[in-house]
Design a protein around this ligand. Structure first.
Ligand code: B16
Ligand code: MG
Length: 217
């Protein structure tokens, strides 16, 4: 029984959402756009370019291509400054237990993230070698909610999409995994993740027996 287990990164393995928020807020405020955590929720799982476009739309601001690209690069510099302070103590509780359980049961494990910083972050967390396949924002052309990121992960794992499980914290990610015909496990707020097949508040709530059932049933 070999199944594919695909993990989102930001908000699932590590709580980088707060750093994305702080970096975007600094940028948005610099061009007089107000930006709150409620709006930030709509950027989770969304690509960097689409995130900036949404912020500009909220503020009714238009930018030239040059300025748009400069803002994306400025945002990433601020974000990387936060990331540079991270280490393995920032891995969210019980993520290592779940990864170890799946490995012990010879399951295939992939990362499916929209982030172009995913490989760098995994190395900082000392988790890079835990994944058989890493699909990130640089590997695909169509960002979530398009299913490409997850379908590519399944293809590279050589597992059929219907035998894949996706751990996701964002609405766009759940939509992408549902569109890929995979089973979705939402991590976080049930109000946001209502389209997921199953929801847990975090990995501490996922018992080994639940994982065992996913593998062998
Ligand atoms: P970057 P995930 C996503 O990562 C984040 O949730 C989203 O907020 C971010 O805009 C996106 O990555 C792009 O990130 O600027 O690092 O390329 O949740 O899909 O792991
Ligand atoms: Mg996420």
């Amino acid at each position: 029984m070999i199944k594919g287990f695909i993990f989102d990164l930001d908000g699932v393995i590590v709580d980088t959402a707060k750093y994305h928020y702080l970096a975007w807020k600094e940028l948005a405020n610099s061009i007089n756009i107000d930006f709150t955590e409620t709006e930030n929720e709509q950027l989770k799982g969304v690509s960097r370019a689409e995130s900036l476009q949404r912020i500009l739309n909220w503020g009714n601001v238009e930018l030239s291509e040059t300025k748009f690209n400069r803002m994306m690069s400025d945002k990433n510099k601020i974000y990387i400054d936060y990331i540079n302070k991270m280490d393995e103590t920032d891995i969210l509780p019980d993520v290592p237990r779940v990864l170890n359980f799946l490995k012990t049961h010879k399951q295939l494990i992939a990362l499916g993230s929209a982030s172009k910083n995913a490989k760098y972050i995994l190395k900082k967390l000392d988790l890079f070698d835990e994944f058989h396949v890493i699909i990130d924002g640089a590997s695909v052309t169509n960002p979530k909610p398009n299913p490409e990121v997850f379908l590519t992960a399944a293809e590279k794992l050589h597992v059929s999409p219907i035998d894949c499980f996706v751990f996701e914290d964002a609405e766009a990610g759940i939509e992408a995994a549902n569109a890929a015909h995979m089973k979705t496990i939402g991590i976080g707020d049930p109000k946001i993740l209502s389209k997921a097949n199953k929801i847990f508040s975090d990995f501490t709530q996922i018992p080994n027996v639940y994982l065992k059932n996913l593998i062998y049933k």
